[in-house]
Design a protein around this ligand. Structure first.
Ligand code: NAG
Ligand code: NAG
Ligand code: NAG
Ligand code: NAG
Ligand code: NAG
Ligand code: NAG
Ligand code: NAG
Ligand code: NAG
Ligand code: NAG
Length: 352
């Protein structure tokens, strides 16, 4: 009987341990009883899939597990795929790429420009993304709206022969890329060619243009062909939880989104509004209520973090190293460590 019970307990414990291991973060990311993932994509609050679970309707995402296996996550009820959401304020969405293709005798056979009005609420991340143009007879523009004005930038990509292309190098021959300004809200991409690819038709008859995550695209000679089969590429967009500055947000404690006790508010580098973060020494979801949000990190669990030679004591938001009785010093591996005997100050004093 007793043994049986123990086995049961052990099994239960094991399954709990397994459960906590299989979730990526070691803290709660969503409200209680809320589905916090779609396939392998985590959905941290303020995002959520139904009323009561999201912060407000602006953070509605939809998981379609009836039609897709693994399930696909979409921005509200649009067809825009989300491939990741981070608490640091980024969202990765898949966006169509623009293309312009010709037959060998210079007749246009397909053309697609792109626009992204639907994502107007987000700022396009100006660090992770680049405007990239691929082709040997291609020019392309990206234009749209910044917060209060229009912008337009362009890139030209040419080459004479296939041998000119350099794998891994997008710097003018068959591929060019340029950074985008801050505060980009809408992105329209159009492209064209100078001579309908007639000079290069033996190895290239399509041009491509996209504003996408730079690390998701690696140029090589085969990109000229491979991109034909690529419909969408990821773009990183920045989300904020609310409008206005932190100061303005704090004035309305009801709508203020930094609910966790040990959280703080910060305005983004790109754009307007505010986000919430956990204070140093804490981790978790700063948007969740009070003690469900930011949790104290137990630095003492990890020797490589605390670097105490003897004993480590966890404190709220930090830790301290402790030396045993009869020792002194800062107790740190990379500091004084624990030194046997009275304190140095005392020894110097007795030296007089
Ligand atoms: C989810 O799984 C896919 C395919 O297995 C992988 O490419 C992607 O990086 C994963 N995403 C996350 C957020 O782990
Ligand atoms: C899932 O996607 C399919 C195909 O796009 C669509 O017909 C269906 O309504 C979607 N289901 C949900 C729950 O969104
Ligand atoms: C993205 O969403 C579309 C439906 O809009 C779906 O067909 C596709 O499989 C999804 N995933 C990717 C990686 O494109
Ligand atoms: C290039 O293509 C465009 C669009 O199909 C066509 O109007 C134009 O006549 C073509 N030019 C040449 C030189 O083939
Ligand atoms: C971008 O394209 C959309 C849809 O085609 C259009 O409504 C919008 O006016 C364009 N934006 C700009 C700045 O031209
Ligand atoms: C460049 O990459 C393509 C395919 O990605 C490969 O076939 C080719 O051999 C590579 N060329 C060089 C010079 O490495
Ligand atoms: C990009 O391509 C270069 C050269 O072909 C290769 O060395 C590198 O590993 C690739 N990087 C990624 C992220 O695919
Ligand atoms: C294509 O070839 C013609 C004739 O040689 C030349 O005038 C033109 O500049 C070339 N176009 C490009 C884009 O190199
Ligand atoms: C959601 O809340 C944010 C911040 O308070 C606000 O800016 C936004 O307009 C709200 N959206 C809706 C649909 O209520």
């Amino acid at each position: 009987m007793g043994l049986h019970l123990h086995l049961l307990q052990a099994k239960l414990l094991a399954s709990i341990l397994l459960l906590s291991v299989s979730t990526q973060a070691n803290f709660e990311i969503a409200k209680p009883n809320c589905m916090d993932r779609s396939g392998n994509i985590s959905i941290p609050f303020p995002f959520g899939m139904s009323e009561g679970y999201y912060f407000n309707k602006s953070f509605l995402v939809t998981c379609n597990d009836t039609h897709y296996d693994p399930p696909e996550l979409f921005w509200t009820d649009t067809g825009i795929n989300i491939t990741s959401i981070t608490l640091e304020g980024q969202l990765r969405v898949l966006q169509f790429i623009a293309r312009d293709c010709y037959s060998p005798d210079g007749i246009r056979v397909s053309y697609r420009s792109t626009s992204s009005r639907v994502l107007f609420r987000f700022m396009v991340n100006n660090i992770a993304n680049k405007f990239i143009v691929v082709g040997c007879d291609t020019y392309a523009y990206v234009f749209g709206r910044l917060e209060y004005r229009k912008y337009q930038i362009g890139c030209i990509s040419l080459c004479d022969k296939k041998d000119d292309l350099v794998n891994g190098s997008c710097s003018g021959l068959g591929c060019c890329h340029i950074p985008i300004p801050k505060q980009v809200r809408t992105v329209n991409v159009t492209l064209g060619s100078f001579d309908n690819f007639t000079n290069v038709s033996d190895f290239n008859n399509c041009g491509y243009a996209f504003l996408a995550e730079e690390s998701a695209f690696n140029f090589s000679a085969s990109s000229l062909f491979d991109l034909r089969n690529v419909k969408k590429l990821p773009r990183v967009v920045d989300w904020v939880v609310g409008e206005g500055t932190c100061e303005e947000a704090r004035n309305n404690i009801y709508s203020y989104a930094c609910k966790s006790e040990n959280s703080y508010c910060r305005e983004p580098d790109n754009g307007y509004g505010y986000r919430c973060y956990c204070q140093k020494g804490y981790e978790g979801n700063s948007y969740l209520d009070y003690d469900r949000g930011c949790k104290d990190i137990d630095e003492c669990k990890d020797q490589s973090v605390h670097k105490c030679v003897k004993k480590c004591e966890n404190t709220p938001g930090g830790f301290r190293c402790v030396c045993p009785k009869g020792y002194h010093g800062d107790g740190k591996n990379d500091g004084q460590g624990c030194i046997h005997g009275q304190s140095l100050v005392f020894e110097v004093a007795t030296g007089y």
